[in-house]
Design a protein around this ligand. Structure first.
Ligand SMILES: Nc1ncnc2c1ncn2[C@@H]1O[C@H](COP(=O)(O)OP(=O)(O)OP(=O)(O)O)[C@@H](O)[C@H]1O
Ligand SMILES: [Mg+2]
Length: 182
């Protein structure tokens, strides 16, 4: 489970498209990649759209995106029909609550059995549900709020805090650091 954290405009979407999706596709050409978002983000328009109702007919590899406002309904369908690949929850702060809804929790619980890697983007540590902070394997941080208040939920808290300090001190344009916490 990948977690990408950063405030608005910090570079999460750019990194997801130009680094994560590209690397995942190169490493696993036989797998699916699905991007879910509640709105029709221009940066993802190069990816063909699939309707949630058509997920059950998607066999084999490929890359699709879903644009739909009914997050709970879409996540339930993903849980039921999407196997073998990467599911990206773009801008999850908009539709995954700090009190994790059941469908999102089911997605996490099912992921191993369904051979699914999950990526959640949130605006920062405070916006991320505690279950996701505890369960994630890789955290990529852009400029965002401090992890200090989530100390008890972060498995590798010291490493996360050290990486966060480097990001915040960086003079680069879109600084980020990745910590493997699994
Ligand atoms: N590494 C980069 N190199 C060049 N431009 C970048 C880079 N990262 C981000 N940008 C540009 O900065 C702007 C904001 O980036 P991006 O959309 O990735 O932010 P975000 O964290 O996803 O924001 P939001 O939370 O609003 O979705 C975009 O126009 C994007 O093209
Ligand atoms: Mg974005």
């Amino acid at each position: 489970m990948f977690l990408v954290l950063g405030k608005k405009g910090s570079g999460k979407t750019y990194y997801t498209i130009h680094t994560l999706i590209e690397q995942y596709h190169t490493a696993h050409p036989e797998k699916k990649i699905l991007v879910y978002n509640t709105d029709d983000h221009t940066d993802y328009r190069y990816i063909p759209r699939i309707k949630p109702g058509d997920l059950e007919r998607w066999t084999g590899a490929g890359i699709y995106r879903i644009v739909d406002s009914d997050a709970t309904g879409v996540i339930s369908l993903i849980n039921e029909y999407v196997y073998n690949g990467l599911v990206i929850f773009e801008d999850a702060s908009k539709y995954i609550n700090k009190r994790l809804q059941k469908s999102a929790w089911d997605a996490i619980l099912n992921s191993k059995q369904h051979n699914i890697d999950i990526l959640f983007q949130f605006h920062g540590f405070a916006a991320c549900p505690p279950e996701i902070l505890r369960q994630c394997d890789v955290i990529t941080m852009f400029r965002c709020d401090s992890p200090a208040y989530r100390r008890d939920e972060l498995v590798e808290y010291e490493a996360v805090q050290a990486a966060y300090n480097k990001v915040m001190a960086s003079k680069e344009d879109y600084p980020h650091k990745t910590v493997i916490v699994a």
